[in-house]
Design a protein around this ligand. Structure first.
Ligand code: SF4
Ligand code: SF4
Length: 483
């Protein structure tokens, strides 16, 4: 929680010197300037494929982690989990531990209850306000916007965004909490396709814990049925019932149960990260369970276990010792065998391939660029001397931090002539870190082949006069025979 919240709240305030004329905020979505800045990387609108590639990598990363470690994203880094944890922590700070909160919930309204409730909602509202406030800082210079927000000089859209995010943060993290994960989020429904019997996830070693109970006569398993694991669960579920859709694998139940095991002198790990394939052999469990005369049930996976309480309460049945240690010679698989499996290797290879491709594209992308849009209304015009002229709108991009002059030229049928609207030469100054639109005319004289041809291939070139960098774009010239 501290790490993820720290990243979220502090990132907009990290400064990054990009030179003059460019923003010095390390992470900035500049909607007005149509740029995305991420430390030394600057993404232009026409390079949106980088963002698409990152989103695909994020998706594959989610597949990879879910197939290896279950819902670790949900349990540790999902904003819904992180903010819910934060709201629960403040609730615990203000209203006390779980038992105190239940007592307060059941108590009638009195001065103390009203005071605690009002204080809690004020703190929640402040958290929501900071959360919405931090979000808008990603879209403008954070220190400037912070001052503007406080002094009432920020744009209305900033206040509206902060207000909406304040309300949704309190609603989702403070009030709805686990309902969002269970009923609103699609991920619990998808995760089943990502997980298999080799996936490490939070589970209960029923062969060790059952039958659960507090008897100290050797007739119960290691689970003393204290409900600590259920009480800490933010989703309100009982992991001892088996894997459930609602479980976000936050592992709070592992910590709670390990504490209990420490106190009663049993080995930790009754609830643990484990895989279905980590169960001791079913035959072995069946034999061990067979020593219990009553209350044997069959789990969904075919493993027979004694049912809590029935063996002890059965009349005329002598207590029978329950064995809660793993069968001799049996060991769960090492973690690396769960993590390194064919499907996780395939996900990793795909993920890495896209990452390497994006890095490669990032390092070879040019600092100057152009796009050409032919003006097709009309397709061509015939001038008074019989020449045929086509018009083009050329967008020249200068990604340098200072103004650069671009020289325009043409490779095509060498009878074609190029001229620039509003200029006497073929050199265009393009401001720093900007896109400049230039109308360009290409003309074929009356007797030239291009004047009559249906279409002639054209290639426009630009050359940065300072650095010699070049870029090109292809299009066509339409003559009078154009259909
Ligand atoms: S915390 Fe452990 S001992 Fe207590 S009920 Fe849960 S599984 Fe059983
Ligand atoms: S069952 Fe355990 S791991 Fe799953 S959500 Fe509840 S506390 Fe977290």
């Amino acid at each position: 929680m501290a790490v993820t919240l720290g990243i979220y709240y502090l990132t907009p305030f990290i400064r990054w010197d990009r030179g003059p004329n460019l923003p010095d905020q390390a992470v900035l979505v500049d909607l007005a300037g149509r740029r995305f800045y991420f430390f030394w990387i600057e993404i232009w609108p026409h390079e949106f494929y980088f963002v698409a590639g990152l989103l695909i990598m994020a998706g594959l990363g989610l597949f990879l982690f879910t197939s290896a470690l279950g819902r670790v994203w949900c349990g540790y880094t999902c904003p819904q989990t992180v903010w819910t944890d934060l709201f629960i922590a403040t609730e615990r700070w203000i209203e006390g531990d779980r038992n105190a909160r239940v007592r307060l919930w059941k108590a009638g309204w009195n001065a103390r209850k009203i005071r605690l409730r009002v204080f809690k909602y004020v703190v929640w509202a402040i958290i929501g306000l900071l959360t919405g406030g931090a979000w808008v800082f990603y879209f403008a210079d954070a220190p400037t916007l912070a001052v503007d927000l406080v002094t009432g000089q920020a744009a209305p859209v900033a206040y509206i965004t902060v207000a909406i995010l304040t309300a949704t943060t309190v609603l989702m993290g403070g009030i709805a909490r686990e309902q969002v994960c269970i009923y609103m989020c699609p991920w619990p429904r998808i995760q089943g396709a990502m997980m298999d019997e080799g996936t490490l996830t939070v589970g209960y070693r029923d062969w060790r814990g059952e039958p659960r109970g507090k008897a100290h006569d050797g007739t119960t398993g290691d689970c003393i049925d204290c409900m600590a694991c259920v009480n800490v669960c933010p989703m309100g579920i009982d992991i001892r019932e088996g894997q459930q859709m609602a479980c976000i694998t936050c592992a709070l139940c592992i910590d709670a149960c390990d504490d209990v095991m420490d106190r009663i002198g049993k080995p930790r790990g009754l609830i643990d990260y484990l895989a279905l394939s980590d169960q001791p052999p079913a035959d072995d469990i069946s034999q061990r369970a067979a020593v219990v005369p009553l209350g044997v049930s069959t789990q969904a996976d075919g493993v027979s276990i004694p049912v809590a309480g029935q063996a002890r309460s059965a009349p005329n049945t002598a207590p029978v010792p329950i064995i809660t240690t793993a069968p001799k010679g049996w060991q769960p698989q090492p973690i690396w065998k769960h993590v390194l499996r064919p499907r996780t290797i395939v996900y990793t290879v795909l993920w890495a391939a896209i990452g390497v491709g994006l890095l490669f594209a990032l390092f070879i992308r040019p600092e100057i660029d152009m796009t050409v849009a032919a003006v097709r209304n009309p397709q061509f015009v015939v001038l008074s001397d019989g020449s045929v002229r086509n018009a083009y709108d050329i967008r020249l991009r200068n990604k340098h931090g200072e103004e650069r002059a671009f020289h325009l030229s043409l490779t095509a049928d060498d009878t074609l002539r190029i001229s620039l609207e509003g200029r006497t030469d073929l050199t265009v100054p393009v401001p720093a870190d900007a896109t400049f639109r230039q109308r360009v005319y290409v003309t074929a004289r009356p007797g030239d082949a291009a004047a009559f041809a249906d279409r002639t291939d054209l290639r426009f070139w630009i050359e940065d006069i300072v650095s010699g960098e070049r870029a090109h774009a292809d299009t066509h010239f339409f003559g009078r025979d154009m259909q």
